[in-house]
Design a protein around this ligand. Structure first.
Ligand SMILES: NC(=O)c1ccc[n+]([C@@H]2O[C@H](COP(=O)([O-])OP(=O)(O)OC[C@H]3O[C@@H](n4cnc5c(N)ncnc54)[C@H](OP(=O)(O)O)[C@@H]3O)[C@@H](O)[C@H]2O)c1
Length: 307
């Protein structure tokens, strides 16, 4: 791939995809709503050569401009909270559909949609349903699209462990949503970024769906215990029913950076682990990195410094 447009290229995952592609010598475009913020971030990362397009997946004309002349498109756009006209359906379903349709019309060779484990077009959850319907729309508009479904991703700046650590610093008790029984298979964000770069480099991956998960399955309670151990803290763990967590998340969503969203609560209602029926990191010759290997390198450091 010589030129790739990464929609959501400033995000937690997207910026790592951009970094890898740029390191390989690929010409990269970042397409996001806030172009100035993106230019500043790219400059700070030493990626001045990356071009930035102000684009919103809900605006067809801006999408067309951002993909003109590229060989591949990566959709790593995310909306975790619905506000005003910004709905899960508008971003994850219609937005993905617009990107795929315009990419096909422009003769783009490859399309990668970042979705998530558990995506389900029939789900009762607005978030999970939009993810599932987005996958279907992309497959229809761009039949050779590759879909990648990560489990919860971890790495410096992640929402999962970052939020747990933040709460552990602030509160004497920690909530265990749904009793903390949900099972997750957290995957290292750098493994996912590398996987997307390999997918783009290998035409045989076109049309496939991948599930990206880490080497180990944990319950939410086990993950909370790992965070507390690394931080050297002891906290009372209090089970919180899903309905209560949902009501809290609705209130949190009124804040600019909610520590918990209704979409996250919905995801915890079912296990977020690889099905085992789809290819994953190993099929791309990537050895999954464990939580225990990486988490202490950023959680321990930042937390101890701020204690
Ligand atoms: N983080 C996880 O643990 C996790 C787990 C499984 C799946 N995923 C999936 O992975 C993908 C990336 O997630 P992430 O956590 O990296 O997201 P993120 O950090 O929230 O980044 C979102 C990116 O999308 C851009 N964006 C948002 N709305 C947009 C719009 N309407 N048009 C164009 N760009 C828009 C943002 O830039 P602007 O604000 O400047 O537009 C930003 O670059 C998402 O599909 C997410 O559902 C994430």
């Amino acid at each position: 791939m010589t030129t790739v447009s990464v929609f959501g290229g400033t995000g937690f995952l997207g910026r790592r995809v951009v970094q890898r592609l740029a390191d390989e010598g690929t010409t990269v475009r970042v397409a996001v709503r806030y172009a100035d913020r993106a230019r500043t971030a790219l400059r700070a990362a030493g990626l001045d050569q990356v071009t930035v397009f102000g684009a919103d997946v809900r605006d067809r004309a801006s999408v067309v401009a951002a993909i003109a002349g590229v060989d591949a498109v990566v959709d790593a756009v995310s909306a975790y909270v619905e506000t005003g006209g910004l709905t899960f359906e508008a971003v994850h379903e219609r937005g993905a559909e617009t990107l795929a349709r315009e990419a096909a019309a422009a003769g783009v060779a490859r399309f990668v949609l970042v979705s998530g484990i558990g995506a389900d077009p029939e789900s009762a959850s607005r978030y999970i349903r939009a993810r599932g319907r987005g996958e279907c729309a992309v497959q229809q508009e761009f039949p050779g699209a590759t879909i990648v479904r990560p489990s919860a991703m971890f790495g410096p700046g992640d929402a999962l462990f970052g939020t747990l650590a933040h709460l552990a610093r602030l509160l004497p008790v920690l909530p265990l949503i749904g009793g903390g029984h949900s099972r997750l298979q957290p995957v290292y964000v750098e493994n996912v970024a590398e996987a997307i770069a390999r997918i783009l480099a290998d035409p045989a991956t076109a049309g496939r769906t991948y599930e990206f998960a880490g080497p180990d399955v944990y319950t939410m309670r086990e993950l909370v215990m790992i965070v507390l151990r690394i931080m050297g803290k002891q906290r009372l763990l209090v089970p919180v029913p899903f309905a209560v967590a949902e009501a809290q998340a609705r209130l949190f969503e009124l804040l600019p950076n909610p520590p918990l969203t209704t979409g996250q609560v919905d995801l915890l209602k079912a296990d977020n682990v690889a099905s085992g029926t789809l290819p994953g990191l190993r099929e791309l010759n990537i050895q999954p990195t464990s939580v225990e290997e990486v988490l202490p390198t950023y959680l321990g450091r930042s937390q101890r410094e701020s204690d």
